[in-house]
Design a binder for this molecule. Structure first.
Ligand code: PTJ
Length: 247
């Protein structure tokens, strides 16, 4: 057991969750690696929500509030780390959840269905899609098969995404919101709104702003939001922070 007094308690507990969901067959092997990459970027950021991340969280909440048909897409890592907040957000927005896996196997889908079944009370009233026969154009991976809800959505929240699909979704004319600790990833660069923050910190804040922002506030926030500028600001923040750090 990890003692609460351990200086890296939260980070270690997140690792425990990641391992647990890997052992349950929900998280992909590559999900372990992806988590490690995220941790490295989080170290550089200082393991806190920066003012730039907060700006993009508010913009993302605004976009979700103003969207007509939003969808939340989840993969293994998102289910492992942010399941409860995904549910809360889906209920607030009255929007479906799409399970969309990069490393798609029947075993993983079965493990995810079993996990959802164990949590069916929390999921009551939420529409969950496990893909379908609609195809995202310009995409080779397994991720191209989606449900009708996903295909006709106007905005998609796709945390911890791989770049190919984000790009294809933008080409389809969708607004893409991502949560990704790596500001240099292709997903981060092509998305409409990129939240450079750790998913377990970003999701509760996203829920909070979806709950509290008015439509008028949301419109004003979106008018002044510039994703490219925000990403540049984060990169600058990271490099300045590294330059100032002392042992
Ligand atoms: O469950 P699957 O099969 O759909 O696979 C999921 C992964 C994440 C393995 C797959 O989508 C993948 O390979 O993603 P990438 O290309 O590694 O991108 C994941 C991004 O998420 C990386 O840029 C990481 O830095 C970032 N990341 C990892 N953990 C976190 C994170 N961002 C926010 N919070 C995290 N906890």
């Amino acid at each position: 057991m990890i003692p609460k007094s351990h200086p890296r308690y939260e980070s270690l507990m997140k690792r425990e969750k990641i391992i647990e969901f890997f052992e349950r067959g929900i998280l992909a092997k590559a999900g372990l690696i992806a988590h490690g990459r995220g941790e490295a970027f989080d170290y550089i950021i200082g393991e806190r929500t920066t003012e730039y991340a907060l700006k993009s969280i508010k913009a993302a909440a605004s976009l979700l509030i103003l969207s007509k048909k939003p969808v939340i897409s989840v993969n293994g890592n998102t289910i492992a780390l942010a399941f409860n907040h995904v549910i809360e957000l889906s209920k607030l927005l009255n929007c479906p959840i799409e399970v969309n896996l990069f490393y798609k196997t029947e075993e993983r889908l079965r493990a995810i269905k079993k996990f959802f079944d164990e949590n069916k009370e929390e999921l009551e009233g939420i529409k969950i899609n496990f893909g379908g026969s609609y195809i995202i154009p310009n995409l080779e991976s397994n991720r191209r098969f989606v449900s009708e809800d996903f295909y006709y959505s106007d905005t998609v929240l796709v945390p911890l995404e791989d770049g190919d699909r984000a790009e294809a979704l933008i080409k389809m004319g969708k607004k893409v919101i991502t949560i990704d600790l790596n500001p240099l990833s292709r997903t981060s660069r092509v998305s409409t709104i990129t939240i450079v923050d750790e998913i377990t910190r970003a999701m509760p804040l996203l829920v909070r702003y979806v709950k509290t922002l008015s439509r008028k506030e949301a419109e004003d926030i979106l008018k002044s939001y510039d994703n490219k500028k925000n990403l540049e600001d984060i990169l600058k923040y990271m490099s300045e922070r590294l330059a100032k750090l002392k042992l």
